[in-house]
Design a protein around this ligand. Structure first.
Ligand code: DHB
Ligand code: FE
Length: 455
């Protein structure tokens, strides 16, 4: 059980939550495709051929063919998406809504003119109002149910006979936080086999202890805070905080071709739980089901895991806007880390979770001031991140810019990871496992820390 669902007993109502969204992903994306006139034409000319292009379930396709919106919603459809199908057929919203009620078009219109449906008796299942009956069904849905009833019965018998699963005990725990710069040139050095060159040797040497530590302390899931660098998010939409809830994230093509690294496997259930918990703690996250990950995420993965054929952990990508101002403050990031901690530790599976903060340290990639490095400020940042993160969180944007360069602002992301550590919630101070600092990698001062929570 991941998501809290206090809405399940509202009669005649399906709330479009993360579970429904996952179930209905391709059905809803198919509906979206009908916003293009040429796709509507192709769909109308040959529905089966058009539907064959979409990885929807057979049931979803059958629901679309039957134009049974209750059925489509049962399979994960959302009304705003399904409305594109209705619009393709020339239906109004009133006709679509009415079609789900079991009333005739005229009856439904008359009910609306008479003031609409009353909530009386329709707030909770079993109250006896006029929306308490079963969902209206097309003949096609009934036939489908009869056909599948036998199969479902057989499956139920089979699963009841299977050895009862012992429910996993406990809850998820944040065991450690990792901080690392994410310079794209590091990825290029790995991809082009240049890690033995004198320029790169000291840098990769600094991460050798980390790779060994990672072998001994491999988590199930990494909650990876990074920033998208004008890769998945262009200037069309700029989310301040965005959580990747997909099952898989492909490495992005940032202009040089996609990096030859494995696909990143997500953890949709934990990500959806975190989204729900953190949003309910009043942080407005953007939920991203379709995300390509750039060097901000893949370079730290290489630094910590080397270059395996498949990444040995699941990853929840968490993007922070540090490209266009206004960017979130250090204090906001630090508080968000605390909310993320509460979210992760309330997940009822015994997962070992690490939280990583990436980007930084001092660097400026633009203008006559490009190349700025501030070793003293960076090292003081590392000291304070370890020992007095709440104070460090008060540092203003302008100080990051003046002291650490315009792109040094990436360091606010480290405060999210630090805010999620146990000591911030009243626990013991973390153990410093590893600290490394090196100049330069490309234009950047590379910083790296591993902090373990102690029991
Ligand atoms: C560099 C560093 C970054 O963090 C980044 O996102 C892009 C480039 C660099 O030093 O070249
Ligand atoms: Fe960056």
């Amino acid at each position: 059980m991941a998501l809290e669902k206090p809405y399940l007993d509202v009669p005649g109502t399906t709330i479009f939550d993360a579970d429904q969204s996952r179930k209905g992903y391709w059905l809803n994306q198919f509906c979206m495709s009908l916003m293009k006139a040429e796709n509507r034409e192709r769909f109308k000319a040959d529905e089966d051929a058009y539907l064959a292009e979409w990885p929807m379930t057979d049931e979803q396709k059958a629901a679309v063919r039957a134009r049974d919106l209750n059925w489509a919603m049962r399979t994960g459809g959302n009304i705003y998406f399904l409305a594109k199908l209705g619009a393709t057929d020339g239906l109004s919203f009133q006709q679509m809504a009415g079609s789900m009620t079991g009333m005739s078009e005229q009856q439904y219109r008359d009910m609306m003119i008479a003031g609409g449906r009353s909530p009386e008796g329709n707030r909770v299942v079993g109250e006896g109002g006029d929306a308490q009956g079963p969902a209206s069904q097309t003949a096609a849905w009934k036939a489908w149910q009869e056909e599948t009833a036998q199969k479902q019965l057989a499956a139920k018998v089979e699963s009841a006979q299977a050895a009862p699963k012992t429910a996993a005990q406990g809850h998820a725990r944040i065991t450690a936080s990792v901080y690392s710069s994410h310079v794209p040139a590091i990825g290029a050095a790995i991809d082009m086999g240049k890690t033995e060159e004198p320029y790169w040797v000291p840098l990769f040497k600094g991460f050798e202890p980390s790779k060994q530590w990672m072998k001994d302390n491999r988590p199930d899931v990494v909650f990876l805070v990074y920033n998208d660098h004008a890769t998945s998010f262009d200037l069309g939409v700029i989310p301040t905080f965005a959580i990747g809830t997909a099952a898989e994230f492909e490495p992005a093509d940032e202009g040089y071709g996609p990096r030859p690294v494995p696909k990143v496997k997500g953890h949709p259930e934990l990500a959806s739980h975190i989204a729900q918990s953190v949003i309910q703690q009043d942080f407005d996250l953007t939920i991203v089901n379709d995300l390509k990950v750039d060097h901000g995420l893949t370079v730290p993965m290489n630094l910590m895991f080397g270059s395996p054929d498949a990444w040995p952990v699941q990853v929840i990508p968490f993007h922070v806007n540090v490209v266009q101002y206004p960017v979130p403050s250090g204090q906001r990031c630090f508080a968000l880390g605390q909310a993320i901690r509460r979210a992760i530790e309330s997940y009822d599976q015994p997962l070992n979770v690490q939280i990583w903060g990436t980007g930084g340290m001092s660097h400026q990639l633009q203008g006559p001031r490009a190349g700025l490095i501030n070793k003293d400020w960076d090292n003081r940042f590392l000291d304070r991140l370890i020992a007095e993160p709440a104070e460090l969180a008060k540092v203003s944007h302008i100080e990051y810019v003046r002291e650490a360069g315009s792109e040094g602002i990436e360091l606010v992301m480290w405060l999210i990871a630090r805010g999620a550590m146990a000591d911030v919630a009243g626990g013991k101070p973390p153990k410093l496992v590893h600290r490394f600092f090196h100049v330069p990698a490309s234009n950047t001062a590379v910083g790296h820390l591993i902090l373990e929570n102690t029991l």
